[in-house]
Design a protein around this ligand. Sequence first.
Ligand code: APR
Ligand code: ZN
Ligand code: ZN
Length: 361
Amino acid sequence: MVHKVRAVIAKEKNAPVSIETILVPDPGPGEALVDILTCGVCHTDLHYKQGGINDDFPFLLGHEATGVISAVGPDVTDLVPGDRVILNWRAVCGECRACKRGEAQYCFNTHNATQKMTLEDGTELSPALGIGAFAEKTLVAAGQCTKVDDDVDPAAVGLLGCGVMAGIGAAINTGEVKRGESVAVIGCGGVGIAAIAGAKLAGATTIIAVDIDDNKVELAKSLGATHGVNSKEQDPVEAIQALTGGNGADVVIEAVGRPETYKQAFYARDLAGRVVLVGVPTPDMKIELPLLDVFGRGGSLKSSWYGDCLPSRDFPMLVSHYKQGNLDLDAFVTERIGLDQIEEAFEKMHEGKVLRSVVEV
Ligand code: APR
Ligand code: ZN
Ligand code: ZN
């Protein structure tokens, strides 16, 4: 059977998105059909629309979602219709070297649904990050679905599917923040603020929020930062050192993706401190560092990809922290909108007015 549903499509580069009827097939082997409940609006959706990811238009946008399993393929045994799931964009293979050495978060071979969703005229759609969740239903690989408790706000927990997980994971997985440590986060957009929430969850006792925008610094303080630095007014490296007894932070998380902030992150760490890079640079960006500074300070420099998360391990754990009041995911939901308000949500995101607009499908 083919399901006809409403979905948000980016038909061509930079054109406004439109609501179209799409055709979604029943799940085949290894696949799951999901009724979408909510989906956050992420920068990556905007990048798809702008042609910044690739040219495989038309795109079915949306990838930060909670849904309910509607049907599964014949060989899928760990999901049943009615299960509440959070979707992820890295269904791991279980076969590659990373999976076999127990580090599936670095799987070389992630996969998506095999069958294609199409427009009514048969044009194949490219689902954003292999998901495509600004739709009433979507088809994904079963491994892209993680079962979670269903007594929680889907809009809040669905954000774990992308940006919030990237930030929290940068702190708890990549940075391995421990109790009592100091953490500085450079850049307090959605990802940086999530990193602050992650550092707080991990028990960091000094959490320094750095941004060029006072409003962001204030927001970061309301969500767990113990100190704020406006890096337009103060040298952030000096400020971080001053707030950590002259040493620098145990963990510095860069959540901007620019050369100057990469450099600040590098120099703001304590001797043997860990630098975590979560901000994504563009191909032309470069920095120069004296090798003696690289050698002499010890520690580590790691990039963090999707918060180095394992959805099957991290989503249920973070949902349970949310339920126990240790992790305020509600604070990330700035507004709830309909499928027809995504263009306005892109505008607000661009202006830095929201942490997340969440579509209730
Ligand atoms: N120094 C400090 N903060 C800065 C600077 C700077 N030089 N330039 C920009 N910022 C701040 C902005 O004011 C904003 O608060 O960085 C923040 C960036 O936030 P968003 O644009 O909302 O981006 P976000 O979704 O948080 O993603 C940040 O992480 O995953 C990556 O691709 C993502 O590279 C992006 C980064
Ligand atoms: Zn693998
Ligand atoms: Zn995203």
